[in-house]
Each structure stands twice: as structure tokens, then as C-alpha cells.
Design a protein around this ligand. Structure first.
Ligand code: SF4
Length: 217
């Protein structure tokens, strides 16, 4: 079902098919830097509904020395207003969990699979995700992170295809196009389930795993 395999091992045929399908939208090449790409994303109108409804595009943030890339689903209301990723309650929790894993947000790149807020925070539509896919692909190529962390089901699906289950993905680190990936819960799920809920414990554990992978890379 997923690309769970060790480095150097060929992906199973179904994963190859998913990756080929995902690669059908090419990277938006030609941008010499993350900043140049962010400028280009700011003018993107490929999704007419999202472009009309957004306040600001949220390309993401990348400290120059970032070796870890965190990928969420889409901007929310506060991100749409500020143009910054993960600035609401989810962002505060993300910062806290990163710090608990020994990671400073200042050393971590953060973005989303979708760069514009879906109206009323609805789930991103498949067509929107596909239109936006090239921007994230190019960000990954420009950043060349040692490790990628996906937050929530939509981000995990971006990498490993529709229908993947977080519970199954979490058992061990994953590989996507030769890169180490850790799939975990979105901070909003951890907030929803509360401090004693399984998603928060999983988020903490998985970010510690990601930190160890970055340290070992
Ligand atoms: S979501 Fe992505 S592809 Fe759609 S308009 Fe925004 S930046 Fe462009």
C-alpha cells in the first residue's frame, strides 16, 4: 500500500504507479531559490476559487540552514491573514513538540501541500492538490532536506498516494524518492483529542524519531 521500504530497495509496483501518477504534474522549475519560488507562488491563480477567496498565499518558511522540512495540509484562517505557516494553536503546539524533540522552529522549514486556504477550512480537493503539487516538489528540490515530516492524512497522501492510513505508516521511517520521511498526526488532531489522546503522544514520539534521523544524516 505504501512505499515503506529500506533505502535502495525498489518500490512495489503499486507504489511505483502512485509515484508516477503523482509525478505527472512536473515541478515548477526555473526558480533559483526558495525566495524566488515564493514570489512566483504569491501570484499563482491556478485554483480560481482559492485565488479569489484567499487573503494571502502562504508559501512556507525556510531558514537557510534547515535540514528538516515539515509539511502540513493547507493554511487556516490565521495563516491566510498573516501569510505565515502554522501560526495558530496548531503552530504553537508544533513549536512545543519540536522543542520537546530538541528541534528549534528557527532551524526547521515549514510548508503545506496547498499554498492557499480552502474556504471555511474545507478539505483540499484532489484537483487543487494536483495543481499545487509542482510548487512543493520544487521546494523539496531547492531545500534538499535530510528528513521530511508529514502532518496529517492529506500530507501523507501527497507523498504515498490516496487511501494511506497514518496508523500503518507510522510504524517505521519511510522513503520517498530517496528521502527519509516520517508520517505523523497533524497538531490539530492532537488538540482535538486532548493532552491524554494518542495523537499527541504519537506526534511527540514521531518528531523525536525525525530529530534522531536528522542528527544521523
Ligand atoms: S493552491 Fe497552489 S496551485 Fe492553487 S492557486 Fe494556490 S498556489 Fe496556486
Amino acid at each position: 500500500m505504501t512505499a515503506r521500504r529500506g533505502p535502495g530497495q525498489a518500490p512495489p509496483p503499486e507504489a511505483q504507479g502512485a509515484q508516477e501518477a503523482q509525478g505527472a504534474q512536473p515541478a515548477q522549475d526555473g526558480h533559483p531559490s526558495w525566495e524566488a519560488l515564493a514570489e512566483a507562488v504569491a501570484g499563482c491563480t491556478r485554483c480560481p476559487e482559492l485565488a479569489a477567496a484567499r487573503t494571502r498565499v502562504v508559501p512556507g518558511r525556510r531558514p537557510p540552514s534547515a535540514r528538516l522540512l515539515v509539511v502540513g495540509e493547507a493554511p487556516g484562517a490565521q495563516e491566510d491573514a498573516s501569510g505565515e505557516p502554522f501560526v495558530g494553536r496548531s503552530g504553537q503546539l508544533l513549536d512545543e513538540v519540536l522543542a520537546g524533540a530538541g528541534l528549534d522552529r528557527a532551524q526547521v522549514a515549514v510548508t503545506n501541500t496547498l499554498k492557499c486556504r480552502p474556504p471555511a477550512n474545507r478539505k483540499p480537493r484532489r484537483a487543487e492538490t494536483e495543481r499545487c503539487r509542482g510548487w512543493l516538489r520544487t521546494q523539496i528540490a531547492l531545500l534538499d532536506p535530510a528528513v521530511i515530516v508529514t502532518l496529517g492524512g492529506s500530507a501523507a497522501e501527497w507523498f504515498f498516494g490516496p487511501g494511506v492510513r497514518l496508523g500503518a505508516l507510522r510504524a517505521e521511517p519511510l522513503t520517498w524518492e530517496g528521502r527519509r520521511v516520517v508520517a505523523t498526526y497533524h497538531p490539530s488532531a492532537a488538540i482535538r483529542w486532548g493532552p491524554a489522546g494518542a495523537p499527541l503522544a504519537a506526534l511527540r514520539e514521531d518528531l523525536r524519531t525525525a530529530a534522531a534521523l536528522v542528527a544521523a544524516a
